[in-house]
Design a binder for this molecule. Sequence first.
Ligand code: HEM
Ligand code: HEM
Length: 127
Amino acid sequence: MNTLSKTCWLGAAIYALLGMIFGIVMSASGDHTLAAAHGHLNLLGWASLALYGAFYSLYPQASMGLLARAQVALAHLSVIVLTPGIALAVRGEGETLAKAGSILVLLSMAAFLAVVAFQTRRAVRPA
Ligand code: HEM
Ligand code: HEM
């Protein structure tokens, strides 16, 4: 396992654990107001980061370079900013953090597209 995959999967497991605790607290209290924040913590934190980790593990060459490291850093940052951002927006306490988080999610995915595109070009280049 390379360092970048490790960073993805460690983060993914931590976000999953937090997301599940969040879900259990919601279930136990019967208050589902923040379901969207819980959903995105799990989907961006657990599912998306685990997928990024799987990609960097399958293609370790793609994990070497500044773009890949920036992509993963943006993915982590987007979870950390968007989750409380959605919670604040749902509670009517401001949308700034949600907007910033959304842009970070978008930037992270755009960077991932670039990493995949570079990797694809590398893969089809004759040896
Ligand atoms: C211990 C585990 C979990 C518990 C107890 C839990 C609990 C809940 C509860 C109570 C809701 C609100 C349902 C409603 O009001 O209709 C919910 C919504 C949701 N959960 Fe979970 N959940 C868990 C794990 C997960 C995981 C692992 C994922 C994703 C990989 C996930 C994704 C979602 C999504 C997408 C929603 C809907 C969000 C929305 O309506 O905007 N949950 N969950
Ligand atoms: C820029 C990033 C994103 C933003 C700003 C965003 C925003 C939203 C909003 C505003 C809702 C409606 C919440 C509600 O009505 O309670 C929603 C629902 C949802 N989003 Fe996202 N989302 C983003 C990324 C994603 C991603 C990457 C996934 C999956 C990997 C995802 C999965 C879902 C799901 C499953 C729901 C619940 C749909 C339902 O309840 O019917 N979102 N999202």
